[in-house]
Design a protein around this ligand. Structure first.
Ligand code: R5P
Length: 297
């Protein structure tokens, strides 16, 4: 087994190779003056399983294209199998045609991976909502791992034991809030979220009594514009929360998301390293490495 990484995930790839005790092969990627990509693999994978790591955040189209070029080339150059490790999987939220004429981006991305010779995909805390089981729509084996237990462990010594509630901003976030709450042996609740536009949401709290005077840990999969977290922080503060912490798997942090997360008074924001950021204090690498070890047998 060899680990290759695209330009989005070199550090993740290096760490993964180290965890697995296998070789990390460098990949040269650069752009020609006209914007086209130049890519060269440091070693041909002849007969080996190639693990290709590329998270697809912030500039998903560039990273996706790079990934597809590399995946196809790995196969051309003799890889026995190509395992795509895509820590942040893009386009998962456009999984249906909400309005006539829309592109169902998720299906297109899945098909591209398959057509460009990826044999198996591994991702982390993918935004699965309408599609609950990604295996149902992916033609290749697809595994969705989670870093939420690790996030829970991170907060064990940070929040007040016995006086903390984990809050998911909406129903979809229940799956993540529950795991973190289990680790902390704390109660959890989910709010009701109404999306008003790309940047604005409104949230309503049902079980108000759980919040007053407690530490609140807000957990979501993605922070993109920060609108969801901003509204959730505001709501729990209104309900007299004690300290407020925020955690997510993928800190995309588009536009002025950091301001929106922090300006109402958040103690700490913690994310995983699926998307590199100053808040990536929890690593998804051990979770992915364990899975790959099991796969190797
Ligand atoms: C969607 O429901 C997701 O779980 C996140 O809540 C959402 O992607 C966050 O986006 P934003 O930070 O732009 O509100």
């Amino acid at each position: 087994m060899l680990v290759y990484a695209g330009s989005a995930s070199k550090y993740f790839g290096l760490k993964l190779a180290k965890f697995l005790g296998i070789e990390y092969v460098s990949v040269e990627t650069r752009k020609f003056p006209d914007g086209e990509l130049y890519i060269r693999l440091g070693k041909e994978p002849k007969g080996e399983t190639a693990v290709l790591v590329q998270s697809m955040y912030r500039t998903p189209n560039d990273y996706l294209m790079e990934y597809l070029f590399i995946s196809r080339t790995l196969k051309e150059l003799g890889a026995r199998e190509v395992i795509g490790v895509i820590p942040y999987f893009p386009y998962a939220r456009q999984d249906t045609r909400f309005k006539p004429g829309e592109v169902v981006s998720l299906s297109v991305v899945l098909e591209l991976l398959e057509k460009m010779c990826t044999d198996r995909v591994v991702t982390v805390d993918m935004h699965l909502h309408r599609v609950q089981d990604i295996e149902e729509i992916s033609k290749i084996p697809f595994t969705n791992l989670s870093v939420m237990k690790e996030i829970g462990k991170y907060f064990r010594d940070r929040v007040e034991r016995g006086n903390t509630v984990v809050v998911g901003p909406d129903e979809e976030a229940e799956q993540w809030a529950k795991v973190v709450a289990d680790v902390l042996q704390a109660p959890y609740m989910v709010l009701e979220k109404v999306r008003l536009g790309d940047m604005e949401v409104e949230v309503k709290a049902k079980e108000e009594e759980l919040i007053e005077g407690r530490d609140v840990l807000i957990v979501d999969d993605i922070i993109s514009t920060g609108g969801t977290i901003e509204a959730t922080v505001r709501k729990v503060k209104e309900r007299k929360a004690n300290r407020v912490f925020v955690a997510c798997a993928h800190a995309i942090l588009a536009a002025n998301a950091e301001y929106r997360v922090f300006h109402e008074g958040v103690e700490e924001l913690v994310a995983s390293d699926t998307v590199p950021s100053p808040y990536s204090l929890v690593s998804a690498v051990p979770v992915v490495a364990d899975y790959l070890k099991r796969l190797r047998g």
